[in-house]
Design a protein around this ligand. Structure first.
Ligand code: FNR
Length: 386
């Protein structure tokens, strides 16, 4: 199916499934354990109906908003996701360029296959770097200094990754990084010759932001992924957030907050924004859906924190519901990764354009000419919840 014939994110997902060998597709698509949270992230949007207001002048719709001190053309942006090269050789640079064209923010993961400097040299638009507080605090600080030098607009500290979630699809499909031709993956690679050929011609599967550390340790002695896994620090606490806050004077986002109490702690530590997120259902299974925590978090922190929400956003109506419940912005993960897998940068552009088109249409049908017009009065609990 051509990108133009993909009419929604689900079509792009099906295109990605056809394009990618099974290990890569399921690495994007899957969640942890029984994938209860993964499914719930979508289903929770159905708890709300949209209540339109009629006879409002919607001849001009403005989707622009302010977030993290930046002016964005859209109230949604691209969440940090690792290892984009697995899905397309346009990798993070294609995603970043698509974000720039759309006038929105790009977030680069620590586990990206492109360095933070390369992204900064490629786009002039708002960018955020996602990091973890690693056991090696020297490396953590090195990220901070590199982000300062490369003029990143924000740092995003992910805090829901004390250990990696149990992603059984990855075990079943034999997902490894860097990808290797092996008995488990042979059939899947052979049935996707286009992707497999690119594996040979564009073999840059390095975790570009941390590779120098592994090289310094003697390269092959430890695989990159093993190195990163060995660096996740289970002892990190709010005191470490304060430590980071004291060393970064730009905008600081804490990603992976789900409870009102943690949102209040983030605010007290001097964070500028909380990303209400369960890592797209990839970490703690049975965690609540971000969208169902939004109202209570907003009630708890008031206007003191910007609230970003991600998880399960696949439609413009999802974005409008999130904004109506109190989010300042949404971020999308799989929605753009399916596009990347389906068609590289053009596929990401298609994903953004689809969501943008749906958002504008929904706003017009709701009687909302601007993002500020969207409010709680536009929501009605779905009947089963009454
Ligand atoms: C992620 N996510 C993620 N988050 C993060 O902080 N650092 C990372 O490296 C990654 N990597 C990653 C890879 C893949 C393949 C996915 C799907 C997700 C989580 C991501 O930022 C975001 O929270 C979720 O993707 C949001 O849910 P949806 O939009 O995918 O449903």
């Amino acid at each position: 199916m051509s990108l133009a014939r993909s009419l929604n994110i689900d079509d792009l997902r099906r295109a990605a499934m056809r394009r990618l060998p099974a290990p890569m597709f399921h690495y994007i698509d899957g969640g942890s354990d029984d994938e209860t949270t993964l499914r719930h992230n979508r289903a929770a949007f159905d708890d709300w109906r949209l209540l339109p207001e009629c006879l409002v002048d919607v001849s001009r719709i403005d989707t622009g908003t302010a977030l993290l001190g930046c002016r964005l053309a859209l109230p949604f942006f691209l969440a940090p996701t690792g290892m984009s090269r697995l899905f397309h050789h346009d990798k993070e640079l294609g995603v970043a360029r698509a974000a720039e064209k759309a006038g929105t923010l790009y977030s680069l993961s620590t586990l990206g296959t492109t360095s933070l400097e390369e992204v900064a040299a490629t786009i002039a638009s708002p960018k955020m770097f996602q990091l973890y507080i690693l056991k090696d605090r020297g490396l953590t600080l090195e990220f901070v200094e590199r982000c300062k030098a490369a003029r990143y607009d924000a740092l995003c500290l992910t805090v829901d990754m004390a250990v990696a979630g149990n992603r059984e699809r990855d075990h079943r499909t034999g997902m490894v990084m860097p990808p290797r031709f092996g008995p488990g993956s042979l059939f899947s690679f052979a049935s996707h010759p286009g992707w497999a050929l690119r594996l040979l011609t564009h073999p840059e599967f390095r975790l570009a932001n941390v590779a120098h550390r592994v090289d310094a340790l003697g390269g092959g002695a430890m695989g990159l992924i093993d190195y990163v896994n060995s660096q996740f620090d289970r002892s990190v606490t709010w005191a470490d957030v304060e430590w980071l806050r004291a060393r970064w004077d730009g905008k600081l986002v804490i990603k992976g907050i789900l409870s009102p109490a943690d949102a209040a702690r983030a605010r007290d530590c001097g964070a500028d924004a909380a990303m209400i997120s369960n890592h797209g259902g990839r970490q703690l299974d049975h965690a609540p859906a971000p969208v169902e925590m939004l109202r209570s978090i907003r009630d708890r922190v008031g206007a003191a924190l910007e609230l970003i929400i991600d998880g399960g956003i696949r439609r413009g109506t999802d974005i409008v519901k999130a904004l109506a419940l109190g989010a300042d912005a949404c971020s999308i993960g799989r929605a753009y990764l399916y596009g990347l897998a389906a068609g590289g940068q053009a596929g990401v552009e298609r994903a953004i354009a689809l969501l943008q088109g749906e958002l504008v249409r929904t706003m017009a049908l709701m009687g909302c000419a601007s993002i500020a017009d969207i409010g709680e009065r536009h929501l009605l609990p779905a009947p089963s919840e009454r």
